[in-house]
Write a protein that binds this ligand. Structure first.
Ligand code: SF4
Length: 420
């Protein structure tokens, strides 16, 4: 085991001796784990060469060969090539952050004006069958587990909709048994009653399941690849279906084959070499955009955050400066892509980056289960609340976010999509 990850291991007194034994075995003995590159029998294997193309680029990317001259050249070009993008992500670009931000701001204004979309996430269940060692929902972490029933989901949705939000992102932990496709489908049907846009961030599924979820009302799917470094991925995702790296990689393509309108991409920055992960994320999105020109594409840029029972987890070498560099580089390489900055980042950072590159932010956020009532109205009633996935850094309500953005000269947008 890579020593840098040992700090992520936390034993709980609530685990049985048998569970503890299994946990230690998969943490310490790689041969006890399943093959992370092998699809399981029930997983769709699609005909696509995008994995090979992305892997080739990350394998060949040497961030240290780029110089200030390469960065200046990249900034002079009207169109940012893949080679320019690599230079902009490299350490040589760090002294050019201001120039990058000015150019990124120009591109953002050209394609999005001064508008910034607002959405909110709704976690409906936090059961998870995977052991991702950095995540608060992992199956060995002792947190309050909960799955909302239809009435509770609808109650949460009403409260969120009453606040003015028109776009919702439905999330679950990754448990196919406890949060089945049908359960998620029913949540989408309810969401369609209250929101104009319904997005999903759930476990990757097969094409026919995406089709079904689309019929239920979902139109956007985001899947975080976490890291594109397959060796690191193996060390961080020790158990469960999520271990299968290529199946996760192809989720966005399967979602588009299942008629979703758009897809989101992301690496969780801080898990591995963040420059390579940023390169892979954007190149993955770029190739999907070329293959499916009608699709809406967005990129998120989460950094690691502390979780319940482990506040040592942090974004390592990805500080705000590095994050800003990545986001400016994303904007220049993918001028039309949505860029999402979540409440993992601070109020100050989000206020700044929405003026440069970001086009979508979350507001009124909770990463726990069933706690919108207490957070939005101050009254929790009888609802039991489930544990959070990670700590958020910016807890502004929709009203506050709306006002702050307006004062910054931005135009907050709750919906920009019309169904005919
Ligand atoms: S990252 Fe997702 S799959 Fe992994 S433990 Fe957390 S909720 Fe489960």
């Amino acid at each position: 085991m890579d020593n840098s990850y040992e700090q992520y291991f936390v034993d709980s007194e609530f685990l049985s001796s048998e569970a503890l034994k299994k946990k230690h075995q998969i943490e310490n003995d790689p041969s006890s784990r399943t093959d992370h590159m092998k699809y399981l029998e029930d997983m769709d294997k699609i005909d696509s060469d995008i994995i090979e193309k992305v892997q080739k680029e990350i394998d060949n990317y040497d961030e240290n060969i780029y110089s200030a001259k390469d960065v200046k050249k990249a900034l002079e070009h009207d169109l940012c090539t893949l080679e320019d993008f690599k230079a902009l992500l490299s350490p040589a670009a760090k002294p050019f952050l201001e120039e990058m931000a000015v150019k990124a701001n120009r591109e953002t204004s050209k394609h999005f004006g001064n508008s910034v979309n607002i959405f909110t996430p709704l976690y409906i269940a936090n059961y998870c069958e995977n052991y991702c060692i950095y995540c608060g929902f992992n199956c060995y972490n002792h947190i309050e587990r909960l799955k909302l029933n239809s009435e509770q989901i609808e109650e949460e949705m009403k409260i969120i909709a009453d606040s003015g939000i028109e776009e919702i992102l439905i999330l679950t932990g990754e448990s196919r048994n406890l949060s089945s496709i049908e359960y998620i489908g029913e949540a989408c049907k309810l969401a369609k009653k209250y929101f104009r846009n319904v997005s999903l961030e759930i476990y990757p599924v097969n094409v026919k399941d995406y089709e079904y979820l689309h019929e239920c009302g979902a139109d956007y799917v985001t899947v975080f690849q976490e890291t594109y470094d397959t060796d690191k991925y193996e060390k961080l995702h020790l158990m469960g279906r999520k271990r299968v790296w290529p199946y996760r990689f192809e989720a966005q393509e399967r979602a588009l084959m299942g008629k979703m309108r758009g897809v989101g991409f992301s690496a969780l920055l801080g898990l591995s070499d963040f420059r390579k992960d940023a390169l892979a994320t954007a190149y993955h999105a770029y190739l999907i955009q070329r293959k499916y020109p009608e699709a809406e594409i967005s990129i998120s840029c989460p950094r690691l955050r502390p979780i319940i029972n482990n506040n040592k987890i942090n974004p390592k070498d990805v500080h705000e400066k590095e994050l800003c560099q990545i986001l400016c580089a994303y904007r220049l390489f993918l001028p039309f892509a949505g860029i999402v900055v979540s409440s993992r980042e601070s109020e100050e950072f989000r206020n700044g980056i929405t003026k440069i590159a970001a086009t979508k932010v979350s507001a009124g956020v909770s990463t726990g289960i069933g706690d919108h009532k207490s957070k939005y109205t101050g009254d929790s009633g009888d609802t039991k609340e489930g544990g959070e996935q990670f700590e958020i850094a910016d807890d502004r309500s929709l009203d506050k976010m709306f006002n702050d953005m307006t004062q910054e000269g931005l135009q907050p947008v709750l919906n920009d999509y019309l169904y005919l």
